[in-house]
Design a protein around this ligand. Structure first.
Ligand code: NAD
Ligand code: UFG
Length: 363
C-alpha cells in the first residue's frame, strides 16, 4: 500500500519557475532507501516532485527515509516490497500515478556476486525485467537506470566515452550489461520507450547536513567508507591494494564523484526524458572526468578529518584495474549537467556523516 503525504503549500512558495513543472509530477524510485537513492529522493523532493520509494530494505535502513523527510520538510510515499513482485509494482505505479521510474534497486557487491552469481542474476536481472513488464502494463514509459562504469570492463582507452566497447569481468557487471542490453532490445522493438542509462563512476561523500550517507553492512569493500571507518577508529588501518600499477604513484586511479552531484544528474536525466519529443535509449557517463589515486584519497581525507589515516601496502586485489575515469562531455551537452563538488568537499562531507554517525543509521 502506498502511503503518501504531500508537502504544505507554503513549502512550495519560493520555488523557481523552472521547478514548477515538477510540481505534482510523481516518480517511483526503486531502491530509494539506499545510498544513492536516498540522496536522489532528497533532491527530487526539494525540486517539488512527489516521490514514492519502492524498496525491500535488504541493504538499507528506513531511518534514511525519515532523515530525507526531515531535511526536505516533506513526506515520501513508501512501499516495502521486492522489485520481483510484479503485482506490488503495478499497484505502486498505479497508486502513486508515477509518470517515470528511477531504478536503483539491485545488489552491488562485486566479490559477493562471484560467489552468489545466481542470486545476482535473480535480484538484478529478474528485478529489472519485472519492472519493465509492470511499467508496460501501467503505460509508464520513462525510466532512468543505474548502470556502472564497470560495463566498460578493462579500459582500452581513457577517458572512457560512452562508445567504448562494453564487457563484463564479474557477475555483477554482467547483470548491468544484461539489463542495458534488455533496455536497448525493448527500445528497438518499441520506440515509445524513454530510457536513460546512467553509468556511474565512483560515488562518494554524503549530504552536507551529515544526516544521510553511505552505510555499508560489515567490512566496507569500497575505498572511502573504509578510510572513514579507519579515521573514526572502527578499523586500525587501510589496506592499499597494490602500488605497482602504471599510475603516477602506483596505486589505483578512479573518478570519484560526489553523491549529491550524482543525485542531481538523475533529475537532469528525468528532465531530458520528459521534455523529449520522442522515445530514446541513451547511455550517459556520470563522472567528473578526473582521476585520483588511492593515496590522493588518503591525503585528502587526512586534511578533512585532521588526523593521520594509517595504511599498509598489500598485493593487488583480484579483478582490479589500474585506472578508470570518464569523459563527461556527453552529460554536459545532453543533460546540461556537470559535477561541481571538489575532492576536498567529498572527503569533508563523508567525514561529517561518519563522525556524527559512527555506526551508520544504527548509531
Ligand atoms: P544500495 O545498496 O545502498 O541501494 C540499493 C537499494 O536497493 C537498497 O535500499 C536495497 O534495499 C534495495 N534493493 C536491493 N534489491 C532489491 C529488490 N529486489 N527489491 C527492492 N529493493 C531492493 O546501493 P547504491 O550504492 O545506492 O546503488 C544504487 C544502484 O546504483 C545499484 O543498482 C548499484 O548497482 C548502482 N551503482 C552503484 C555504485 C556505487 O559505487 N555505489 C556504482 C555504480 C552503480
Ligand atoms: N582500494 C584499496 N583498499 C580498499 C578498498 C579499495 O586500496 O580497502 C582501492 C582499489 O584497489 C581501487 C580503489 O581503491 O584502486 C577504488 O576501489 P573501490 O572498491 O572503492 O571501487 P572500484 O572502482 O573497485 O569499484 C566501484 C564499485 C563497483 C563499480 C565500479 C565502477 O564498487 O561496483 O566502481 O563504477 F562497478
Amino acid at each position: 500500500m502506498v502511503k503518501h503525504a504531500r508537502g504544505t503549500g507554503t513549502q512550495f512558495s519560493n520555488l523557481k519557475a523552472s521547478i514548477v513543472d515538477s510540481l505534482n509530477t510523481s516518480i517511483l524510485v526503486t531502491g530509494g532507501a539506499g545510498y544513492i537513492g536516498s540522496h536522489t529522493c532528497l533532491e527530487l523532493l526539494r525540486a517539488g516532485f512527489r516521490v514514492t520509494v519502492f524498496d525491500n530494505f535488504s541493504n538499507s535502513d528506513s531511518e534514511a527515509l525519515r532523515r530525507v523527510e526531515r531535511i526536505a520538510g516533506k513526506k515520501l510515499g513508501v512501499v516495502n516490497a521486492d522489485v520481483r513482485d510484479r503485482a506490488a509494482l503495478v499497484e505502486a505505479l498505479r497508486a502513486s500515478e508515477a509518470t517515470a521510474v528511477i531504478h536503483f534497486a539491485g545488489l552491488k557487491a562485486v566479490g559477493e556476486s562471484v560467489h552468489q552469481p545466481l542470486r545476482y542474476y535473480d535480484n538484478n536481472v529478474v528485478g529489472a525485467l519485472c519492472l519493465l513488464e509492470s511499467m508496460e502494463v501501467c503505460g509508464v514509459r520513462s525510466l532512468v537506470f543505474s548502470s556502472s562504469a564497470t560495463v566498460y570492463g578493462d579500459p582500452q582507452f581513457l577517458p572512457l566515452t560512452e562508445n567504448h566497447p562494453l564487457s563484463a569481468t564479474n557477475p555483477y557487471g554482467r547483470t548491468k550489461l544484461v539489463i542495458e542490453d534488455m533496455l536497448r532490445d525493448a527500445y528497438a522493438s518499441n520506440a515509445d520507450w524513454r530510457y536513460c542509462i546512467l553509468r556511474y563512476f565512483n560515488p562518494v561523500g554524503a549530504h552536507d547536513s551529515g544526516l544521510i550517507g553511505e552505510d555499508p553492512q560489515g567490512i566496507p569493500n569500497n575505498l572511502l567508507p573504509f578510510v572513514a571507518q579507519v579515521a573514526v577508529g572502527r578499523r586500525e588501518f587501510l589496506n592499499v591494494w597494490g602500488n605497482d600499477y602504471e599510475t603516477p604513484d602506483g596505486t589505483g586511479v578512479r573518478d570519484y564523484i560526489h553523491v549529491v552531484d550524482l543525485a542531481r544528474g538523475h533529475l537532469r536525466a528525468l528532465d531530458m526524458l520528459q521534455q523529449g519529443t520522442s522515445g530514446q535509449c541513451t547511455a550517459v557517463n556520470l563522472g567528473t572526468g578526473r582521476g585520483y589515486s588511492v593515496l590522493d584519497m588518503v591525503r585528502a581525507f587526512e586534511v578533512a578529518c585532521g588526523q593521520r589515516v594509517p595504511y599498509r601496502i598489500e598485493p593487488r586485489r583480484a579483478g582490479d584495474i589500474a585506472a578508470c575515469y570518464s569523459d563527461p562531455a556527453l552529460a554536459r551537452s545532453l543533460l546540461n549537467w556537470s559535477a561541481t563538488r571538489t575532492l576536498q568537499t567529498m572527503c569533508e562531507d563523508a567525514w561529517r556523516w561518519q563522525k556524527s554517525n559512527p555506526a551508520g543509521y544504527a548509531t
